[in-house]
Design a protein around this ligand. Structure first.
Ligand code: FAD
Length: 465
C-alpha cells in the first residue's frame, strides 16, 4: 500500500528543502522528492553558492594585487583556477551534507527520483533505474525551479557558447569572454572573469545594466564596470553568433549600426525558464502562463491541495523568495494562518564588484504609484571606512515619500552592499521615516554609516560631503 504523507514536496531547492524543514518542525509527515544526485537545487549546485565562491576568489585576487597599497609586499600573485574550483566544490558539498542532516533532523523522508502528480492526492516517483513508486499526498507543493533559457540565434553548445550551468565547470580561465545578458547572473560572471584577467565584454539588449535596479544605480555600475576595463554594450541586439578558428564572433545591432565582438567563449545569461512541463500538471486543473504557475497569496494553485513556490511561479527568481514562499505554503497547510508575502519588500542582491543591493521601490516605481518622492544620495567617499580598504566608489540612494517622510526604497552600490542591505530591509519592514533613520546612531567607522549619511542627505543636511 502507498505511504500517506501530509505534504509531498517536489524539488529540493531553497524552496523545497526549507519548506520541508518547516513542515517537519510543524509535525507534518513530509516527503521531499529530488531528481538530482544531491539535495539543494539550482541555488546550491549551479547558482547562488558556487558563483559566490568564485566571486570571492576573484575579489580576493583583486585585493591581493592591491596589497602593496596596504603595506603588504607580495610578488606576482596568480590565480590557481583548479584550486578555486576545488574550493567551490567543497563549499557546495558541505552545503549538501548540511541539507541531508537537516532532513534527518526534521524527520523528512527523502525520495530520489523524478516526481509527477499522478491524479488527485497521488504523486508518482520514477527512480533513476526506472522503478516507480506512488505516494499518497494530502498536499503537494511544486518546487521544481528553473533552468537556463537560451535565445534561438545563440545556441548553447557548452564548449564555446556556455550557460550558467556549464561555465561553472570550465577547466581554465578564458583569455576573453563575452557575457550576453546584464541581469544579476551576467553581471556577476562579468565581474569574476574581469577580476581573474579575462578580457571581458558584456552585452545587454535593454539600455542599462541590471535593468530592474534603480536607474541611477545602473548608471553608476556601468561607469564603474567601464573604469575597470569591462567593455559594456547596452541597447545591443544580438543578431548572430558564429564560430571562428579560436572562439566566437557576435554580430549585434546597436541603433542603426552593426557591430561585431570576438572572444574565446560566450556566456549566455539571458534568463531562466520555469520547470513545469513534466510534473503532471496535465492530471490537474492547473494551467501555465509562459510556463509559470499562477498562485494566490497562500501559494495555492487552482487545484485543491496543490501549492507552487519559487522559480515556477511569476515572482522574483530568488532563493530567499522561494524559501519564504514555501514556508507560507507549509504554514497554510498546517492551518497556521501565515502573513502573505509583501513582494515590495523583496531584497535584491547582485554580488558583482562593486555589489548592488536594494529593497523597496525604485524612484521610477514610486512615481508610477503616485508618490511625491524625495531623494537622498550619498557617496561611499563620505564614509571613512571605505577609504581604509580603497573602496570609495559607489553610493546609496534613498527614495522616500515627501508627505509622510516614509522610506520607500533603499538602493546601494558599493562595498559589501549586500550585507548593508539587512538594515534597509528591517527599516522598510518597520515603515521607518528618513528622520528616524537619520536619528539612529550608527557605529563609527563602519560602512553602515552610508545609510545614516543617505538619510541625512534626504533631510538636506549630510555631515560628510
Ligand atoms: P531550484 O533551486 O531550481 O530547485 C528545484 C529543484 O527541483 C532542483 O533540484 C531540480 O532538480 C528539482 N526538480 C525539478 N523537477 C523535478 C521533478 N519533476 N522531480 C524531482 N525533482 C525535480 N538567488 C539568490 O537569491 N541569490 C543569489 O545570489 C543567486 N545567484 C544565482 C546565480 C546563478 C548563476 C543562478 C542560475 C541563480 C541564482 N539565484 C540566486 C537564483 C536561485 O538559484 C533560484 O531563484 C532558486 O534556486 C530557486 O529555488 P527553487 O527552490 O524554486 O528551485
Amino acid at each position: 500500500m502507498a505511504e500517506t504523507f501530509d505534504v509531498v514536496i517536489i524539488g529540493s531547492g531553497p524552496g523545497g528543502y526549507v519548506g520541508a524543514i518547516r513542515a517537519g518542525q510543524l509535525g507534518l509527515k513530509t516527503a521531499i522528492i529530488e531528481k538530482d544526485k544531491r539535495l539543494g537545487g539550482t541555488c546550491l549546485h549551479r547558482g547562488c553558492i558556487p558563483t559566490k565562491s568564485l566571486l570571492w576568489t576573484a575579489e580576493l585576487f583583486h585585493h591581493v594585487k592591491e596589497a602593496g597599497d596596504f603595506g603588504i609586499d607580495l610578488s606576482s600573485p596568480t590565480v590557481n583556477w583548479p584550486n578555486a574550483m576545488k574550493h567551490k566544490d567543497k563549499v557546495v558539498t558541505k552545503g549538501a551534507n548540511g541539507i541531508d542532516f537537516l532532513m534527518k533532523k526534521n524527520k523528512v523522508t527523502v525520495i530520489k527520483g523524478h516526481g509527477r502528480i499522478a491524479g488527485k492526492g497521488k504523486v508518482e516517483v520514477t527512480a533513476a533505474d526506472g522503478t516507480k513508486q506512488v505516494l499518497d499526498a494530502k498536499n503537494v507543493i511544486i518546487a521544481t525551479g528553473s533552468v537556463p533559457k537560451s535565445l534561438p540565434n545563440v545556441p548553447v553548445d557548452h564548449k564555446r557558447v556556455l550557460n550558467s550551468d556549464s561555465i561553472l565547470q570550465i577547466e581554465r580561465i578564458p583569455k576573453s569572454i563575452i557575457v550576453l545578458g546584464a541581469g544579476a547572473v551576467g553581471c556577476e560572471f562579468a565581474s569574476i572573469f574581469n577580476h581573474v584577467g579575462s578580457k571581458t565584454a558584456i552585452v545587454e539588449y535593454l539600455p542599462a545594466l541590471l535593468p530592474i535596479e534603480d536607474a541611477d544605480i545602473s548608471k553608476e555600475l556601468e561607469k564603474i564596470f567601464r573604469r575597470r576595463g569591462i567593455d559594456v554594450h547596452t541597447g545591443s541586439a544580438v543578431e548572430k553568433v558564429e564560430h571562428t578558428a579560436d572562439g566566437v564572433r557576435v554580430t549585434m545591432k546597436v541603433g542603426n549600426e552593426t557591430k561585431t565582438l570576438e572572444a574565446e567563449i560566450l556566456l549566455s545569461a539571458v534568463g531562466r525558464s520555469p520547470v513545469t512541463d513534466d510534473v503532471g500538471l496535465d492530471k490537474t486543473s492547473i494551467k501555465t502562463d509562459r510556463g509559470y504557475i499562477k498562485v494566490d497569496s497562500m501559494l495555492r494553485t487552482s487545484e485543491p491541495n496543490v501549492y507552487a513556490v519559487g522559480d515556477v511561479i511569476p515572482t522574483p527568481m530568488l532563493a530567499h523568495m522561494a524559501s519564504s514562499e514555501c514556508v507560507v505554503a507549509v504554514e497554510h497547510i498546517a492551518g497556521k494562518n501565515p502573513q502573505p508575502i509583501n513582494y515590495d519588500l523583496t531584497p535584491s542582491a547582485t554580488y558583482c564588484y562593486p555589489e548592488v543591493a536594494s529593497v523597496g521601490l525604485t524612484e521610477k516605481k514610486a512615481k508610477e504609484r503616485g508618490y511625491d518622492v524625495k531623494i537622498g544620495n550619498a557617496p561611499f567617499g563620505a564614509v571613512t571606512k571605505s577609504a581604509i580598504t580603497n573602496e570609495s566608489t559607489g553610493l546609496i540612494k534613498i527614495v522616500s515619500d515627501k508627505k509622510y517622510d516614509e522610506v520607500l526604497g533603499i538602493h546601494i552600490i558599493g562595498p559589501h552592499a549586500t550585507e548593508l542591505l539587512a538594515e534597509a530591509c528591517v527599516a522598510l519592514k518597520l515603515e521607518i521615516t528618513t528622520e528616524e533613520l537619520a536619528g539612529t546612531i550608527h557605529a563609527h567607522p563602519t560602512l553602515s554609516e552610508i545609510v545614516h549619511e543617505g538619510a541625512e542627505a534626504t533631510l538636506g543636511h549630510p555631515r560628510h560631503f
